[in-house]
Design a protein. Structure first.
Length: 403
């Protein structure tokens, strides 16, 4: 089978990916969920003009000179408005967040006054509107402030609370089941025997998926047998996973059993093998409604493919408005050789020059087993198939990795 171009593979992975069901959750459950509908403010904020400072509410017209004396006729605190009217020569004691009383159009901060015997003397002239937050300066009832498809940040939660929403309509979290394969894998903290490798791929994949708002299911490590691999695949289906991610066993070796096991389960395979480095033996297909992405076992390959394919798929299923990684322009910090048939994703450090130019410095060794280089990289530099040799300073495109 010919290697599939990366863009075709991504299109195949995303084909028909519709947002999962909507549900309503309490505000403090909504962090990192995706908003299912546009959210319009249920109230105006602030609802009335309010003081931004502790001081005195006055009429600017008769408080425009230093040493003016005004009579204090009452007090307003946050939550306790003043019922009366501020007239000529009068002032009302006011505190931050207090409703500006009728008649007043300025606040003089208390540091600019001297108070004695029910009167204040101004040490600073008042100016109309000074230290007053007008009604609706933050937002007005009906304003759409958070759009459908937004991944809700902690800032959105406070805003939604201010808009008077105790609950929010969100998408349920897509479920991602992750199954590792490989007889050689042992858990971190063990004492590996000769030839054994410490399991690492799943940690990055679970975290990548959760950062996109998915729930993950850990299916552990299947031994390199058809039976164990099949058991893992069936467990994923029973768990109701939207996506099954496998790692390892994707290539052509005698112990690479993921594809045979998926075939035996009746997968409808859309592709196996893509024109990409790292990640060549990646596969994708459907087992009923469950989408399956078979990632290569090399730790860098599994991460890069997870980043490039699993992340956009989770975003699409979660109903995100923006699902694609954004490419940024950079210049090369060092020479790179001509590319072959595979689109290359080079681990790269980024340097930001004073003029804002991004300089990409690919790490020296790009072998897909090198986790230290992956952790040290800030971006992936994208090299088109058959790109010619490129000199330092020539333009290039990078994808920033999550921080
Ligand atoms: N004759 C060919 N051989 C290979 C080809 C090819 O086209 N022809 N492709 C190579 C490429 S490219 C890749 S990538 C790898 C992928 O192979 P598999 O998906 O079958 O991966 P494994 O053999 O199972 O593992 C590769 C390597 O990674 C380690 N590994 C696996 N899983 C984990 C894990 N969860 N945590 C940490 N490390 C893991 C494993 O021990 C191996 O060292 O195939 C090439 N071969
Ligand atoms: O494509 Mo493999 O992922 O080079 O190592």
């Amino acid at each position: 089978m010919a290697l599939m171009p990366v863009s075709d593979a991504l299109a195949a992975v995303l084909a028909g990916a519709e947002p999962v069901a909507e549900e309503t959750v309490a505000l403090d459950e909504a962090w990192h969920r995706v908003l299912a509908r546009d959210l319009a403010a249920r109230r105006t904020q602030p609802p009335q003009a309010m003081s931004a400072m502790d001081g005195y509410a006055v009429r600017a017209a008769d408080a425009d000179r230093i040493d003016t004396q005004l009579e204090i006729i009452g007090e307003v605190a946050a939550g306790r408005p003043f019922a009366g009217q501020v007239g000529a020569g009068q002032a009302v004691r006011i505190f931050t967040g207090g409703v500006v009383p009728d008649g007043a159009d300025a606040v003089v901060i208390q540091e600019d006054t001297v108070a004695a015997a029910g009167r204040i003397t101004l040490k600073e002239a008042a100016r109309p509107g000074r230290h007053i937050r007008p009604a609706g300066v933050d937002f007005r009832e009906g304003d759409v402030l958070i759009r459908q498809g937004s991944l809700l940040t902690e800032r959105h939660l406070s805003l939604a609370a201010g808009m008077n929403y105790p609950r929010l309509p969100v998408r349920r979290r897509p479920k991602v089941a992750i199954l590792a394969t490989g007889d050689e894998l042992v858990m971190p903290g063990s004492t590996p025997d000769a030839g054994q490798i410490v399991y690492s791929n799943g940690y990055a994949l679970h975290a990548l998926a959760r950062a996109e708002g998915a729930d993950t299911i850990d299916l552990g490590i299947a031994a390199d047998t058809i039976e164990a691999t099949t058991a893992g695949i069936r467990q994923a289906r029973e768990s109701g996973a939207d996506i099954l991610i496998t790692t390892g066993g994707a290539s052509v070796g005698d112990h690479d059993l993921v594809k045979p096991a998926l075939d035996a389960e009746g997968i409808s395979m859309t592709f196996w093998k893509i024109a990409m480095r790292p990640g060549k033996p990646m596969m994708h297909g459907y087992l009923g409604a469950m989408r399956v992405i078979g990632l290569p076992g090399n730790p860098v390959s599994s991460y890069v493919c997870g980043f490039l394919f699993m992340v956009p798929l989770i975003r699409a299923l979660a109903g995100r408005a923006v699902i694609h990684h954004r490419r940024e322009h950079a210049v090369l910090g060092s020479e790179i050789g001509a590319n072959d048939v595979r689109e290359d994703y080079l681990r790269t450090r980024l340097e930001e020059r004073e003029d804002g130019t991004l300089v990409a410095h690919p790490v020296n060794h790009q072998d897909s087993s090198l986790l230290a280089n992956l952790a040290a990289a800030q971006a992936l530099l994208v090299r088109a198939p058959f790109a010619p040799k490129a000199e330092p300073g020539s333009p290039c495109e990078v994808l920033r990795l999550p921080i």
